[in-house]
Design a binder for this molecule. Structure first.
Ligand code: MG
Length: 251
């Protein structure tokens, strides 16, 4: 699949898809507290997506059994929601969710604190989020794709954290995953030139310890190899003539 450049009309639909997803996150964010199950978060998110007249794009994607990926502590991404997985004080929980609006996809991820968390976990969450914004500074027409990757890497590496390499960001549009891949670590080359109308899901996944990850027996849940915690932050981003536009976050 080649990289798609969206028309003004398509951009309008993606903007709407992104804005609707932001509302879904507001609803999910409100229910996160010690004592709720990861399944309850999934149900809240799916309901919020459907009541907006949209379709959860993760549901049945490659066989994924839920609408929202809910990953706790050492789970990096693709955590399967469960009735018997109860959040407790001091956990961190990463949600990855997306929806389809009139054929166009949005995709975003956030990591939340459950009750009061340690300063170490707070820093991991803050650095992960900030690394997205460091990459975003380079998401401009005329720059190259891997300028984004290098900026994320340079920022995160100062803290001694591990950057997940097995999973990366991606183009997005009428498919959830389009070309190009958007790595969160430095590449040897600068990659393709960015042009207005490209839409990218930039999504650093940052581990407190090693960058290495393993897949659990359920074939979905990705966990850190050393079982230290991991955080995730993602937005769908539009490349423009000027500053990048965040489609899934209004600041
Ligand atoms: Mg994504």
């Amino acid at each position: 699949m080649s990289v798609t450049v969206k028309s003004a009309k398509e951009i309008e639909l993606m903007r709407k898809a992104g804005h609707l997803l932001e509302g879904v996150y507001e609803e999910m964010g409100r229910i996160i507290r010690p004592g709720i199950s990861t399944m309850e978060i999934n149900e809240c998110g799916e309901k919020a997506i459907r009541k907006r007249g949209c379709i959860p794009n993760f549901l049945h994607y490659g066989g994924f059994p839920a609408s929202i990926c809910v990953s706790v502590n050492d789970e990096v991404v693709h955590g399967i929601p469960r009735r018997d997985h109860i959040l407790k004080e001091g956990d961190i929980v990463s949600l990855d969710a997306g929806l389809i609006y009139k054929g166009y996809h949005s995709d975003a991820a956030r990591t939340y604190a459950v009750g009061k968390i340690s300063p170490e976990l707070k820093q991991l969450m803050d650095v992960t989020k900030q690394s997205f914004f460091e990459g975003l500074k380079y998401a401009k027409a005329g720059n190259h794709l891997y300028d984004i990757s290098a900026a994320i890497d340079d920022y995160v590496s100062q803290f001694g954290y591990g950057i997940v390499q097995d999973l990366v960001g991606h183009g997005i549009g009428t498919s959830l995953h389009e070309d190009p891949q958007v790595p969160n670590f430095r590449q040897k080359k600068r990659g393709m030139k960015l042009v207005p109308g490209m839409t990218l899901a930039i999504e650093p996944m940052i581990n407190m310890g090693t960058w290495e990850v393993i897949w659990e027996e359920d074939k979905w849940t990705v966990v850190t190899k050393d079982h230290k915690p991991s955080a995730h932050y993602e937005n769908t981003v539009l490349i423009t003539d000027g500053e990048p536009e965040l489609l899934t976050l209004h600041m």
